[in-house]
Design a protein around this ligand. Structure first.
Ligand code: NAD
Length: 481
């Protein structure tokens, strides 16, 4: 028996409400107001040099502390995020104008609870006739982290936890369009660290971040590693810095559906996956490549679970509205920022159609050279391209992903196709028969991250990504058997 849209929604609500316990919020109104507190109270400051000196001192203190202390600091950060969930989500939506509060709760829950901590730094050893060799993971020092407006709190939480788990201090240069939310979160981090009697300014931020302050950070001699999470421009800038760089760049994830798939489930997964936070997450499904024989049934399934199908003239109007630089082969293009992360109903209204407020995505059938296919829109407008067969769809997926090697997915029961697409896409994240967010650990196994480093190859980043590997060889007498 097919599950109704109402039932799906109620199941998701139940899952989310179980995942996010209702704590009494510990928000303190004073921390949301523009801070005039000294550096060591809020963790935000305008002067880069002062910020970096304070972070250096904090990092020195951290590495003198026990791993237990590090674990306690991280646990407090997780708790503070969960306890202040509503405020964080509301501030992020209000300030950036992107996404929706309900899905931000899911994303922030994931970041707080499924980001690996100190346990990810597992040491290992070799023993033989010569003795014992030990491998451990050491910090870099002070890391500069440049973060996006699309996941304004989630990226700070994930990077913050992973980086201090690795023994580093972090200076964030948040997106200017999310600075108030970021400053608030940084003040929470500092309270969490200090509650565990950890060093102040372990996690700090440029209080008035700009592209210029991000670039100054990339060049600063006391920053040991740069981690950027954002679009093509910041990735290019970071790659020119003469430091160790971890770059998490743009994606344009295709999803292939073939004739062997469970079409009803594929339709539901695509609508839920592509609809997450109005599609602003880089891993969300962004174009559907479907085998022609099942395309009509797939569209019906998608409509059943919350998609609204645009007709050809509505598709033209939406395209005019939302694309500012059309993507094409070897050119990623750009969306009209005014519509990034907006609700499907908001975008529909701009072209004179009224759809219900709970419509998750707008969808439309287009040709394969259409700009909606080739541009990373970051909004709930999801094109469907009809393909002759699964192999053709898989080969086309490689092209329209621009070889970012970021994320792709397939719905199929044919193991040869599942396997072939995983190989040819060569992506940091590949999902089989599920919504793409399952690959970030939501309704899927494994840990999460909101920094997916495809250009530099680290993939789904974690605490160990932010460490240097060190080896110590102890010669003679150290085997115990
Ligand atoms: P954005 O590139 O506009 O901004 C990201 C950060 O980079 C901001 O802090 C911004 O101030 C800074 N920045 C931008 N240009 C810069 C430059 N030339 N020099 C120095 N700093 C610069 O991105 P956004 O709109 O905030 O986020 C959306 C983009 O980020 C999408 O392309 C999305 O796919 C990508 N993204 C990727 C990941 C990932 O894990 N791979 C995660 C989130 C977002």
């Amino acid at each position: 028996m097919a599950i109704t849209e109402q039932q799906v929604r109620s199941i998701v609500e139940q899952v989310v409400s179980k995942m996010i316990p209702e704590h009494e919020a510990v928000t303190d109104k004073s921390v949301t107001e523009k801070s005039t507190e000294p550096l060591n109270q809020t963790g935000t400051y305008s002067e880069m040099d002062k910020l970096i000196d304070a972070a250096e001192e904090a990092q020195r203190e951290l590495i003198g502390m026990t791993l237990e202390k590090r674990k306690q600091i991280i646990q407090n950060i997780r708790d503070f995020v969960i306890q202040n969930m509503d405020t964080l989500c509301r501030m992020a939506v209000d300030e950036t104008g992107l996404g929706n509060i309900r899905d931000k709760r899911i994303k922030n829950w994931l970041a707080a609870m499924k980001t690996p901590g100190v346990e990810d730094l597992e040491p290992y050893s070799y023993t033989d006739d010569y003795g014992l060799t030990l491998i451990e993971r050491a910090p870099y020092g002070v890391i500069g982290s440049i973060t996006p407006c699309t996941n304004p709190t989630e990226t700070l939480i994930c990077n913050g936890i992973g980086m201090i788990a690795g023994g580093n201090a972090v200076i964030f240069n948040p997106h200017p369009a999310a600075k108030e939310t970021s400053n608030y979160l940084i003040s929470l981090f500092n309270r969490a660290v200090m509650k565990a009697e950890g060093p102040p300014n372990l996690l700090s931020a440029v209080s008035d971040p700009t592209i210029e302050s991000a670039q100054a950070m990339m060049k600063h001699p006391k920053i040991s590693m740069i981690v950027v999470t954002g679009g093509p421009a910041v990735v290019r800038a970071a790659m020119q810095s003469e430091k160790k760089v971890i770059a998490a760049g743009p994606g344009n994830p295709p999803v292939v559906v073939d004739e062997t798939a469970d079409i009803d489930k594929a339709g539901r997964d695509i609508v839920n996956g592509a609809g997450l936070d109005n599609n602003i997450v880089c891993i969300c499904e962004k174009e559907v490549l479907s085998v022609s024989s099942i395309t009509d049934s797939l569209k019906e399934a998608m409509k059943k679970y919350g998609a609204y199908e645009l007709n050809p003239s509505q598709t033209d109007k939406v395209t005019q509205l939302v694309i500012s630089d059309p993507g094409r082969p070897r050119h990623e293009g750009a969306p009209n920022k005014k519509f990034v992360g907006k609700d499907a109903s908001f975008i529909a209204e701009r072209i004179g159609i009224k759809v219900s407020a709970d419509t998750k995505i707008l969808t439309c059938e287009v040709d394969r050279d259409h700009p909606l296919v080739w541009t990373e829109q970051l909004m709930p407008v999801i094109p469907i391209v009809r393909m002759n067969n699964a192999d053709e769809a898989i080969d086309f997926a490689v092209q329209c992903e621009h070889e970012f090697k970021h994320t792709a997915s397939i719905h199929s029961k044919n193991i040869d196709r599942l396997s072939r697409m995983a190989k040819v896409m060569n992506c940091s994240l590949f999902v089989k028969n599920g919504p793409n967010y399952a690959g970030l650990g939501y309704e899927g196994a494994g840990f999460t991250s909101f920094t997916i480093a495809s250009p530099t190859g680290e993939g789904i980043t974690r605490a160990r990504t932010f460490t240097r590997e060190r080896r110590c060889a102890l010669i003679g007498h150290f085997r115990i058997v």
